[in-house]
Ligand binder design. Structure first.
Ligand SMILES: [Cu+2]
Length: 167
C-alpha cells in the first residue's frame, strides 16, 4: 500500500502536537477549548531574582475575536501582561489588562511588544525546563501552554544591542 502525504503534512503534524498538548490538560479544565492555539511559547530566563518574561504566538482560527484576560501558572505567583514600546528614544513598559486576537489573525509576543511578566517564581526554572502557563479567555475558555525556558542569548530570539533589555 502506498500512502502519499499531502504537501501540508508538516503543518498537520504541528497542529497535531498542539492538539495533544491541549488534550493532556483538557481533563483538568471544564471550560470549552478556545478558538485560539499557541506556537513558539518560551520564557526568557534571567539570573538572580530578575523577573522572567514569557513570549508566545497566539493564532485565532475562529470567525470572532478572542480576548485573553488573565494568565496563571503553578510556576509563578503572579503573571501580568505588559506592552513595551519605544517613547522618545527610551523603552517604556505599560501594563495591559487584555489582549485581543482578531478573527483569523495572529498576535506574536515580542521584546518590543506584548509579553508576560512572570513574578514570584515558586520554583527555580532553568534553561531547558518546560513550565505550563494557562491563558483564560473572555468567553470562559482556557488554554494551557507549555513554555520552554531559554537563556536571553538564545539564537532563536534575535536581539540587537540597541534594543537592550526587555525592561
Ligand atoms: Cu514587562
Amino acid at each position: 500500500m502506498s500512502l502519499k502525504l499531502p504537501t501540508a503534512g508538516a503543518l498537520c503534524v504541528s497542529l497535531g502536537l498542539a492538539a495533544l498538548t491541549w488534550n493532556a490538560q483538557a481533563s483538568a479544565l471544564p471550560a470549552a477549548p478556545p478558538m485560539v492555539r499557541a506556537e513558539e511559547a518560551w520564557i526568557r530566563w534571567l539570573p538572580a531574582n530578575l523577573p522572567a518574561a514569557g513570549y508566545v504566538t497566539l493564532i485565532n482560527d475562529g470567525d470572532r475575536p478572542s480576548t485573553v484576560l488573565a494568565a496563571s501558572s503553578p510556576g509563578y505567583g503572579e503573571i501580568s501582561f505588559h506592552r513595551s514600546r519605544s517613547q522618545g528614544g527610551s523603552m517604556a513598559m505599560v501594563p495591559v489588562d487584555k489582549i485581543t486576537i482578531g478573527p483569523h489573525s495572529t498576535v506574536s509576543f515580542a521584546a518590543m511588544g506584548y509579553h508576560m511578566m512572570l513574578m514570584q517564581p515558586t520554583q527555580s526554572a532553568k534553561p531547558g525546563d518546560h513550565v505550563p502557563i494557562t491563558l483564560r479567555f473572555a468567553d470562559g475558555s482556557a488554554l494551557t501552554i507549555q513554555f520552554e525556558v531559554r537563556k536571553p542569548d538564545s539564537s532563536r530570539e534575535p536581539s540587537s544591542p540597541s534594543t537592550g533589555s526587555f525592561q
